[in-house]
Design a protein around this ligand. Structure first.
Ligand SMILES: [Zn+2]
Length: 370
């Protein structure tokens, strides 16, 4: 393993954040980039990264790494340093309020311009050229703040990888994934290995999260150059490692082993893959995921747990009015698994108190939480 320390753009004299990358294996083969906790304080992801470090170190010593694994054990050192009034604030940049997992550059157009007239009939060569063009496009992004530089450097570490695993967690949740609709099969496979209880698919969920910035150029380039064969160069997914409080050594080791098994199936780790476990869910569309939303302020009293299958009309939670004591039941519009819920118990109008992996809703616009 080769550790690397990447300095981030400094906007203030005497202040320098750095990004750490642990590089395992050898270059020249397939590549996986795994990053932990882009939302900084999503600590189960930080723990799984440490389990990955141990397991990858053993595999590397045994000569079992065919490709390269770039492990970013804490992807957001800027967010990790944000504490306000005794609370961690890892989701939004305190400088401008923007979500650390939104606003990643779509490099499709720049890569397409660079590739015009250069693609041929060989799919492998085309993929290689596409990855190089994307790498160049990421390197050319302009940077004026430390966070812009963080985003650029994270993209540079991932944009030319075969596999990108962006490890997060939700508030209170069962394990679930987000992936591109065209890559439902790979998402389903990873979901089966991890025991995911929801696999949510979208072509575009809104505001360009990191996983989509990595997965979106492939289909865009295929569309732009239909006469030239090019398999999708990158499978990218957001892995939600349950809820914020779910730090457990045994779970983390098992999650890391499942991620490594996925890399074995992609030819990055040596050895015959084990039989795929029976999946706990089928992929569903993110547009059909139901945010159960509070219409007015009040105390949240849940009637359903993460992982529970919900029926249409079932009461997921009550909102208790603190002026009148009245209980307002929040009922599900769609059937499916309740895969996440908030970890506070006070709602304001618009609070999404829970999310259900349904099949019947057709939402449009921005599909992710703020
Ligand atoms: Zn997150």
């Amino acid at each position: 393993m080769t550790p690397q320390t990447l300095p981030l753009f400094s906007a203030s004299p005497g202040l320098q954040h750095t990004l750490t990358v642990l590089r395992f294996g050898t270059s020249g083969g397939p590549v996986a980039t795994i990053q932990a906790a882009l939302h900084a304080d999503e600590v189960p992801a930080l723990l799984v990264a440490q389990a990955l470090r141990r397991q990858l170190t053993v595999l590397e010593a045994a000569g079992q790494l065919i490709g390269e694994v770039r492990l970013v054990p804490y992807a957001n050192p800027i967010g990790l340093a944000q504490q306000v009034l005794a609370r961690d604030q890892g989701r939004f940049d305190l400088r401008d309020g923007l979500n650390f997992n939104r606003g990643y550059a779509d490099l499709s157009e720049a890569a397409a311009t660079a590739l015009a007239g250069r693609l041929g009939d060989d799919a492998r060569t085309n993929v290689r050229l596409a990855r190089a063009a994307l790498r160049d496009a990421a390197a050319a992004l302009t940077v004026q703040t430390p966070v812009q530089d963080l985003k650029r450097q994270l993209l540079q570490l991932a944009i030319d990888a075969d596999v990108v695993l962006d490890l997060h967690c939700d508030s209170e949740a069962v394990l679930h994934l987000y992936a591109h609709t065209l890559q439902a099969d790979l998402a389903h496979e990873l979901g089966a290995l991890l025991g995911a209880q929801a696999v949510l698919l979208a072509e575009e969920s809104g505001d360009s999260p990191f996983d989509e910035a990595c997965s979106r150029p492939g289909p865009a380039l295929q569309k732009r150059f239909p006469a030239h064969p090019m398999p999708l160069p990158c499978f990218s997914t957001t892995v939600e490692l349950r809820g914020e409080a779910d730090t457990d050594h045994a779970l983390a080791e098992a999650d890391a082993a499942a991620l490594i098994e996925f890399l074995r199936r992609r030819g990055i780790v040596a050895g015959a893959p084990a039989p795929l476990p029976v999946a706990r869910c089928e992929p569903t569309l993110l547009a059909a995921s139901e945010p159960v939303t509070a219409p007015r302020p009040g105390v949240v009293v849940f009637h359903a747990q993460p992982g529970e299958h919900i029926e249409v009309g079932q009461t997921v939670a009550d909102i208790v009015d603190v002026d009148t004591g009245e209980r307002l039941p929040l009922r599900a519009q769609s059937a499916g698994v309740l895969y996440a819920r908030i970890n506070t118990r006070w709602a304001v109008p618009g609070t999404r108190v829970a999310k259900i992996a349904g099949r019947t809703l057709v939402r449009t616009g921005k599909l992710l939480s703020a």
